[in-house]
Design a protein around this ligand. Sequence first.
Ligand code: MIC
Ligand code: SF4
Length: 658
Amino acid sequence: MGQTLTEKILDDHLVEGDLTPGEEIGIEIDQVLAQDTTGTMVWLQFEALDLDEVQTELAAQYCDHQTYQFDFKNTDDHRFLRSAAGTYGAYFSRPGNGICHNVHKENFAAPGKTLLGSDSHTPTPGGLGELAIGAGGLDIAVAMGGGAYYVEMPEVVNVKLEGELPEWATAKDIVLEMLRRLSVKGGVGKVFEYTGEGAASLTVPERTTITNMGTELGATSSIFETDEQTKDYLERQGRGDEYVELTADEDAEYADEVVIDLADLEPLIAKPSMPDNIVPVREVAGEKVEQVIVGSCTNGGYEDVLPAAKMVKGREIAKHIEMIVAPGSKQAGELLARQGWTAEMMAAGVNVSEATCGPCIGIGHVPASDSVSLRTFNRNFEGRSGIEDDSVFLCSPEVAAAAALKGEIVDPRDLADELGDLDAPGIELPDKYDGSKSDIITPDEAIDDELIKGPNIGNVPLKDELAADIEGETLLHMEDNITTDHIIPATSDILKFRSNIERLSEFTLSRVDDSFAQRAKDADGGVLVAGENYGQGSSREHAAMCPMYLGIEAVFAQSFARIHKANLFNFGIVPLTIDEETYEKIEQGDDIAIVDDVAEAVRSGDEEFTIRVNDDWEATANLKASERERKILAAGGKLSWTKQQYEEGSGGAAPADD
Ligand code: MIC
Ligand code: SF4
């Protein structure tokens, strides 16, 4: 039987298991990436594991989320990251050089390679035929040390794109259509493999908008076959020699198929406050807008900003609007500046920012109270923009620029009719991506050979081995789709403590209930209960580390998001699933005890656990875990377990050269 492209790449990198969907596999990782807000823990854990050199083909450390450095703690984090990259042998991308996914795509993404990154949008280079997966920081540290990465073998779904995009519909609308059809849970346990003539018609930057936002579907990854478009992009980046032709076999068997006729698409928009809350733009036309932002790892490329620049050139944005353009990388910003587009945008009233994630996580350009903000980003979770009760819509750069001109949400097709001289900008790549590389420090150019830690950089928290008894108060009973932004928000007042778990843990679940951290401390820990898809969104392992630090021993949820579940194992918290009836019956404040000897049951492979609530009624909770995950839980987390593995000199977690 033929193989899908995903299976081919996995097969080439397989070190453990076989490619049976749902079973755990271990794969070799070629490249890793870390960004500033997850990277500090990556390197602190690398240090705690006594590793002394990066073992993967390539490791890259980016500084992209908090580049305004509001606090010395941010700047200290960046200096620490530079020193870690230098000490251990990684590339270092300076603050302001751009968002990790954009800069990685431009400089390092290569067909057929595997990439593991401590950011949930790591799958972006799937648009170039790289199999890229987001994970928690500890998984990155272990992979960088030469250990395998373990993941549940995903189902591979064929997304067949037919036809061609009509004017004013864009790649963003393709992925919004996927979200409209499948929801934020629709991709859990899956890789989306895009094929067909419609896929062939898309340039690499359009493809990476789709693979980037596959994360919002909950997918393990998304990927395109490589072809002339891939070759063309790599050549324009001066990396044509890295091109490899990669396709699925003709007789490849997919677990499922989704067919989208691109010709049927129209401009779409995600309404507040979930990326799958999709409607046609026309359905919300007329809604007054106060802020428009073009940027982010989804739509911050040169090819994304250019259409917006073309649309506002020679015009003025509406007087009550603030429009910000934050290019995704310095390469994009430099090209736009050299070609005069930056000046055109400025003349139209646009505020051009440095290349940063910033406003995507509420760092800068926080919307005004009670106002609508239109963004070309990928997430609009409530409060993420930096203000509670925000009203953030997600759309393409074309829809964003149209709103900036009109002052309200408008379908760009209708605006074009109204103005008479507004042409659809379409997609255009530069002849050469010839921006300077001065902001990337190669391992050979490293300027530090020892770690530089500022006073805010703390230690990696550790947990004892798993206990026999788990019993505690239900400190929170939460709804479906709780995001990691609820668990540990990323806004600037909180982000500065990412390297200091003691301080950061004070903000745990503050977006659900700001008395939580104190209550957890007073109760000396407890358990959490949640609905479906608990922990969706970011890869931030802090969303497991901080609850662990506060003494949370188990989470009972109807289902978990992939990366967060892995992070719970990594930090020794038992992730148990419960059915809807049990979920409904448990109330906040209830006492939950696991009747079994938990440590023993986890070690011996038990899947069913009996829980006793308020010493009154009983129900079943399930543990779906591989043998490896069980050992990690029993050891009190992956750091302790990996250390044991190194000491014993065994297992796929040990450095490859050992
Ligand atoms: C996000 O988009 O939520 C982030 C901020 O990039 C996170 C990483 C983090 O929390 O540091 C992600 O997507 O993994
Ligand atoms: Fe940065 Fe936003 Fe992309 Fe996360 S989603 S990497 S915060 S731009």
